[in-house]
Design a protein around this ligand. Structure first.
Ligand SMILES: [Zn+2]
Ligand SMILES: [Zn+2]
Length: 313
């Protein structure tokens, strides 16, 4: 799994940061990419990456502010031009479906693939045999949701030597055992899957929060998460704006991650008022509260491997 930030700015684009969009790359896990928010020009940002729009399977929208959705009609249209045929599912608050449909209809945009709309409410918004995605409402100036993506436990590895010892021949029986099925050998011996497989491995938990002031639900969604992506629109010197406009500071984000006992924190949604030279202080101050912290810039990619998060450079 990788996380690639396509836009890390707040409110409007700057030369340094485009508006919000984040790709959760699940290419090894399911051959697809999930997008979280789609600010204006997200498709232009994608052109600078290896992401192919037809691989985008789902787009989760946190809230309907322009800096999180104005890139949708263009991206949906290009996905069509680029030969996307698979269904795309769009998750978001009430109003998203109407806005997208009107935008496409009035601009006579013909989409060649089906779009499913899921109106998000608190609770489970998606579940299959690999993943479960939960949403909770945050505290912003309009309805805004955070998402918690949990990968279900992965089957333990097959212990080949053990299987051989028990007389399992090479071939399809090994596959069945690996997938949790018990098998009967030709001589009538039953071999149980749990005898020849290691214990299941925990999957990862990633929490991707939308715009929010400090709130309990941000903490609940982040509880024991491996990775939390949290907005940090403001810093300590501008904290009164954070409270007034439904946003957080770098320190508040760090406190939330700490209180939630999360493992890694990535800050995004950084106001254009901060210059690149200010970033160092923003990071140093927040690290005093929560050391396992990164600040995301556009195009930054983070890799989750062996239970660790690393920035890909
Ligand atoms: Zn925003
Ligand atoms: Zn907002």
């Amino acid at each position: 799994m990788q996380l690639q930030f396509l836009g890390t700015g707040a409110g409007m684009p700057s030369k340094e940061r485009n508006t919000s969009a984040l790709a959760l790359k699940l290419l090894e896990e399911r051959g697809t990419i999930w997008l979280f928010d789609c600010g204006e020009a997200t498709q232009h940002q994608i052109l600078h990456t290896t992401i192919r729009p037809r691989k985008i399977e789902k787009i989760f929208i946190t809230h309907l502010h322009g800096d999180h959705i104005f890139g949708l009609p263009g991206l949906l249209s290009s996905r069509s031009f680029l030969g996307g045929e698979d269904t795309l599912t769009l998750y978001g608050p009430k109003g998203l479906k109407e806005w997208v449909q009107v935008s496409l209809e009035i601009s006579s945009t013909h989409i060649t693939y089906p779009i499913d709309f899921v109106e998000v409410e608190e609770g489970i918004v998606f579940e299959d045999d690999q993943f479960i995605v939960r949403a909770m409402e945050l505290e912003h100036v309009i309805p805004c949701y955070g998402y918690r993506i949990e990968q279900k436990p992965l089957p333990g590895e097959l212990l080949i030597d053990k299987a051989k010892e028990l007389g399992v021949p090479k071939g399809p029986l090994l596959g069945k055992l690996k997938n949790g099925e018990d098998v009967t050998l030709e001589n009538g011996t039953v071999v149980y899957s749990n005898e020849v497989t290691a214990s299941p491995k925990n999957g990862f938990v990633v929490t991707i929060l939308g715009d929010t002031r400090v709130c309990e639900n941000a903490k609940r969604l982040s509880s024991e998460a491996d990775i939390v992506v949290h907005e940090a629109t403001f810093d300590h010197s501008t904290s009164e704006h954070a409270a007034n406009y439904g946003h957080s500071t770098n320190i508040e984000a760090a406190k939330t991650a700490k209180e939630a006992n999360a493992r890694f924190l990535i800050l995004n949604h950084i106001s254009a008022r901060f210059l690149p030279a200010d970033m160092k202080k923003i990071v140093v101050d927040a690290k005093e509260v929560f050391p396992q912290l990164f600040i995301a810039n556009d195009y930054d990619e983070f890799v989750w491997k062996n239970n660790q998060l690393q920035q890909d450079k």
